[in-house]
Design a protein around this ligand. Structure first.
Ligand code: ATP
Length: 518
């Protein structure tokens, strides 16, 4: 059975007490009190010295004394090994209270002895999840930057497995530096709809008033729905308004890797210098901190330092804080201090608007029915939606064809199969609209002007213009030989009305979905 975390601490206190019998009080306080135990197994006790100098000093002089004390306390011999953390040596006041003086060490050791049951360790059991002396009662920073070695390795391995562990030391961020932001992700290029209105409004508010409104801002939503885009947009706006500010966007994996690497490479202060001196910290995909206890610990201190200083924190996740597993309660509750807002999958209209915006930004011409056909196929992930548009355009260009709905079917058939690949025609639109309003198709052709018929007719005209490439005269012709100005009037009227009339907007979406399913 594994020994409890607290046992390692208690054992180390006993060893220190023992060492005092053969070492001067001064030497003990100066060299051994700052040392922290990391790992204990059947053969080895691993200790972390605060820096290289102290590691070498102890190695050269005190190993035999330490090994004797270990053998005395545990009943069987162990070799003592040392690594260096390169921490700044803590002052006496920074030390955990029980290690400030040898007398207190003795007292603490005695108290710990009475509870610990360290016989199990003495029998040679491996200490699992070793904790560092000072984790309890130590100043938060010292504890935070003293990751148990096994955890560094585990968390580093996780980061490196993702191919993102290449950073050596975190470099400080300069005021006005937008290099961590994608220049394309601005509020101008962000399309709003019902699905993201609240998140967008909250983001604008934070961008205009960093550190003094919603803090933290917590954005959550499914994959590819615009969380990162909004974060970057906030960053750009803040830097535009406050070029003197330091704005940092980072993925939670990068945060983790920088922390681990900075400690492993002996430069924990670089991590802290970077993360605690910025004005706006944005951490993406915070759900990846799940289960990474040491990173959570450091993030907790980073969060507190920034928040206490009215620095803005923005977080994103694929789920709300409550649903992030293996997240420390104190972090979860801090994530809930500010504003939590979600982004939903966009409706069809928004998807079409996003494609339109992208086509405009990329300066490509894409007919409405093509936009519609793409938006209708891909209804959750905007990254995929944009990728589909690129694919369709590339396919058309490579096969030297115009961009049509046929190209959409061809280009996307494997990646995004759809139940129907039938081309949308004026007939189909008329049939569906007539059926929806419980009319006959002939009613749409006739001269009748009663609102119950004229209104569905205008909607049908609108959809014909929106979803097909037919010209205005061709559409007019198809509605009982009407003039193209009538079609244009109907189109403009419905387009305008649906902007303010939610019911009409829903009706149109429903009709579009039905037409597409034909
Ligand atoms: N409302 C929007 N308007 C314009 N583009 C958008 C919108 N929402 C998302 N996008 C675009 O979709 C792509 C994916 O968005 P983003 O990377 O922000 O998603 P995310 O929610 O952070 O995804 P993930 O969960 O994978 O991190 C980006 O290219 C982004 O510009």
């Amino acid at each position: 059975m594994p020994t409890k975390e607290t046992d390692l601490k208690a054992i180390w206190l006993e060893i220190l007490t023992k060492v005092q019998e053969s070492l001067s009080k001064v030497a003990c306080e100066k060299w051994l009190l700052p040392v922290r135990p990391i790992r204990l197994d059947e053969r080895t006790l691993e200790l972390a010295a605060p820096n290289d100098f102290s590691k070498d000093w102890i190695k050269d002089r005190y190993i035999p004394i330490l090994e004797d004390a270990v053998a005395d306390v545990l009943g069987t011999p162990r070799s003592v090994e040392l690594i260096s953390l390169d921490l700044p040596t803590p002052s006496d006041e920074d030390q955990p209270e029980e290690t400030r003086t040898p007398r207190k060490v003795q007292k603490a050791a005695k108290a710990a002895r009475s509870q610990r049951g360290s016989q199990r360790a003495a029998k040679g059991e491996t200490v699992e999840q070793p904790t560092l002396l000072g984790d309890e009662g130590a100043p938060p920073d010292a504890a935070a930057l003293s990751l148990p070695k096994d955890e560094w390795q585990e968390e580093a391995a996780a980061g490196e497995a993702n191919g993102r562990g290449s950073h050596k030391y975190p470099a400080p961020i300069a005021p006005g530096d937008a290099s961590t932001l994608n220049p394309k992700y601005t509020f101008d290029t962000f399309v709003t709809g019902k699905s993201n209105q609240l998140a967008h409004a909250a983001s604008i508010s934070v961008a205009e008033n960093p550190g003094h409104g919603y803090n933290p801002l917590f954005l959550y939503g499914g994959v590819g729905l615009g969380k990162t885009h909004l974060m970057h947009a906030i960053g750009h706006r803040i830097l535009k308004n406050h070029p003197e500010m330091r704005v940092l966007y980072v993925s939670s994996e990068k945060f983790t890797n920088e922390l681990i690497n900075s400690i492993r490479d002996g430069h924990p202060e670089k991590f802290r210098d970077k993360y605690r001196t910025i004005d706006v910290l944005m951490v993406d995909d915070i759900q990846f901190l799940s289960g990474k206890t040491s990173t959570q610990e450091e993030f907790f201190h980073t969060f507190n330092a920034l928040h206490d200083d009215n620095k803005q924190i923005i977080l994103s996740s694929d789920r709300p804080p409550k649903e992030v597993e293996k997240l420390e309660e104190r972090l979860r509750s801090r994530f809930e201090w500010g504003l939590i807002t979600d982004i939903q999958a966009p409706d069809l209209e928004t998807r079409i608007a996003i494609l339109r915006k992208k086509a405009m930004v990329d300066n490509i011409e894409v007919p409405n029915d093509v936009m519609f056909a793409i938006a209708n196929r891909i209804d959750t992930n905007i990254r995929e939606l944009e990728g589909a548009l690129t694919r369709v355009c590339a396919y058309a260009s490579l096969t030297k064809q115009p961009v049509t709905t046929n190209v959409v079917s061809e280009a996307l058939k494997d990646l995004f199969p759809t139940s129907s690949s039938k081309e949308i025609t004026l007939e189909i639109i008329q049939e569906i609209v007539a059926a929806y309003f419980k009319l006959q198709v002939e009613d749409l052709h006739a001269k009748k002007r009663s609102r119950s018929i004229a209104f569905p007719r205008q909607i049908a005209m609108y959809l014909c213009r929106e979803l097909t490439e037919s010209s205005l005269p061709a559409i007019g012709q198809f509605f009982g030989g009407r003039d193209h100005t009538t079609v244009l009037h109907a189109y403009d009227k419905i387009k305008k009305e649906k902007e303010t009339d939610e019911k009409l907007n829903q009706t149109i979406n429903e009709l579009i979905a039905r037409i597409q399913k034909m």
